[in-house]
Design a protein around this ligand. Structure first.
Ligand code: NAD
Ligand code: MG
Length: 377
């Protein structure tokens, strides 16, 4: 069997580096064909020196870029559609990943999708691109990888309910009063996963879980009223599917993104791999479950509401969240300011009908400007 070329978009990030480790263990099956990073030329240069990809691109750097590298947002699309690439690991953060997801699918590639924002923003466009190009989206997100594995090809008509697990983040046990005092350092201390800063904050607000409910709805075609979220602090049960006969199938594993990354590369097959610690049920015990405290983590219901509403609302939710999180990461707003900013953007801008890429990106832009405007003094 010849090895498949892989593009890693966002190669210098948490998922990107995990993907490089996974591919390194399976060089008989996969090789790195294209790599992109956003700002750090030096970090990407080190990866290029080590892996010699056919294509390298940097999306937004003030530094000098080596001759032959791609530049700007276009570099993501070029990497994603490179003729030597069969699988695109989209590990970019934010709506910036949308065009690459669409281009890869139109070109008939498999997209191993970590960049859930592109699916949330471009839902119907992504599904259309898949149908048009014959490409496929295989989720990297651990919950969706779990659901895909639990479904095991059974039809939607046999599914009663999806149950998505959430760690609950660093503030799971904080009172509503204490949440008002949460700092950036507190928000970045995720109890079970080591991830990029934006998704770590999304896990603290539970906005990440809203993005994941929308992602599950789009990937698996299950209506919103049959997708539930439960808090599971140990992050061992990655999600569950309840079937119509009452049987519930769950997928378990140690909390390492290398497992769903490998599965996204090989689905529906499996490759022998010993890269992560073996699962020990006794050491993992006890496994516990609790309800979501919706009143204290309103971003979850705001996002699911946007998903139910459809049209531009998911794009507005995502962009308002991205902008509010960026302001929080810059120390310009409080943690408790994130959800109200999203709510304000949805109230002002969330009503538009579904549309073309240009309509969705205009809604994205307007939502970012709206949130910036809320905090301008
Ligand atoms: P990260 O911040 O560690 O890495 C992001 C990568 O994208 C970097 O290589 C960066 O250079 C690049 N990038 C940043 N902004 C960009 C832009 N505007 N255009 C192009 N490239 C850009 O993030 P991460 O934790 O690896 O997450 C990446 C994606 O995977 C996110 O969508 C996240 O929600 C999703 N995800 C992450 C995890 C995890 O465990 N880290 C789990 C599930 C899903
Ligand atoms: Mg997840």
């Amino acid at each position: 069997m010849t090895a498949s070329g892989v593009a890693i978009l966002g190669a210098t990030g948490s998922i990107g580096r995990s993907a490089i480790r996974v591919i390194g263990r399976h060089s008989e099956r996969f090789f790195i064909c294209a790599l992109t990073a956003h700002r750090s030329v030096a970090e990407l240069q080190a990866l290029v020196d080590e892996h010699a990809p056919a294509y390298a691109g940097i999306t937004d750097s003030a530094d000098a870029v080596p001759a032959g590298w791609g530049r700007g947002a276009e570099a993501l699309v070029r990497a994603a559609t490179h003729p030597g690439v069969e699988v695109v690991i989209n590990a970019v953060v934010g709506a910036a990943g949308l065009d690459a997801t669409l281009a890869a699918l139109h070109a008939g590639k498999r997209v191993a999708l970590a960049n859930k924002e592109s699916l949330v923003v471009g839902g119907s466009l992504v599904l259309e691109a898949m149908a048009h190009g014959g490409g496929a989206v295989v989720p990297v997100d651990s919950e969706h990888s779990a659901i895909l594995q639990c479904l095991a090809g059974r039809p939607r008509s046999e599914v009663r309910r999806l149950v998505i697990t959430a760690s609950g983040g660093p503030f799971r046990t904080w009172s509503s009063e204490r949440l008002q005092t949460a700092t950036l350092a507190d928000a970045l201390k995720h109890p079970t996963w080591s991830m990029g800063r934006k998704i770590t904050v999304d896990s603290a607000t539970l906005a990440n879980k809203a993005l994941e409910v929308i992602e599950a709805h789009l990937l698996f075609g299950i209506p919103y009223d049959r997708i539930d979220v439960v808090v599971h602090p140990q992050s061992i049960v990655h999600s569950m599917v309840e079937f119509t006969d009452g049987s519930v199938v769950a997928q378990l594993g140690v909390p390492s993104m290398e497992l769903p990354i490998l599965y996204a590369l090989t689905h529906p097959d499996r490759l022998e791999d010993n890269g992560v610690p073996r699962f020990d049920p006794v050491a993992a015990s006890p496994l516990t479950f609790e309800p979501v405290r919706h009143a204290d983590f309103p971003a979850l219901e705001l996002g699911v509401g946007a998903g139910r509403k459809g049209g531009v609302a998911p794009a507005v939710f995502n962009a308002a969240n991205e902008q509010a999180v960026a302001l929080f990461l810059d120390g310009r707003i409080a943690f408790s300011g994130i959800a109200p900013a999203i709510a304000s953007a949805l109230d002002a801008l969330g009503g538009g009908a579904d549309g073309s890429r240009d309509v969705l990106l205009a809604a994205d832009r307007a939502a970012r400007d709206h949130v910036t405007g809320l905090f301008a003094c």
